[in-house]
Ligand binder design. Sequence first.
Ligand SMILES: *[C@@H]1O[C@H](CO)[C@@H](O)[C@H](O)[C@H]1NC(C)=O
Length: 185
Amino acid sequence: MAQQFAGRTMYLIAILIAFLSGNGQAASSDLIKKACTIDRGTVDLDICIATLGSYDQISTATTMQTIAVHIAQVGISNSTATRSYIEESLAKPQAASTKATLEDCKEAYDTVIPSFNSALGEIKKDKEYQTATYDLLLAATDYVGECEKSVVNNKMVDQVIQSGNKAVEVFALSAYQIASDLQKP
Ligand SMILES: *[C@@H]1O[C@H](CO)[C@@H](O)[C@H](O)[C@H]1NC(C)=O
């Protein structure tokens, strides 16, 4: 009797877990799709969905606000890692044009990272979604654009910097999209 009861309880718990996790997944893939359906910029939908989906903390988010928070946090750690790489490269001997681009990119990331940080505070604490959209849009366009322009002008080929720049666009514009949806009355 007790065993039968335990068995039934386990069965019900299993169903409950399946239900909850199934729901969670459906909700977050909808949220990722929403984040990646961006009305500004040139981020590819499939690349955006694959990128955001590869981060657990983003793909398990269940509300608009928390997914935006997690995207901004991943944006901060990703762009900080890119800046560290740039700094390490600058510490090594480099050709003059490479050095110039690395310096432009360091300056660019010195503006990108604080923008992600401001947006994070605005979304998480202040619920100032409109201000967050400005910061995120600037990070994805003008700010990271300084590095992108310099890379193109000096014909630099650097996978870490180029994928880092694309990643800034993906994270900043997807968080921008959610923040602008949140801002709507
Ligand atoms: C930043 O994120 C992108 C997309 O996930 C990834 O390809 C890239 O390796 C990351 N860069 C760093 C320096 O971690």
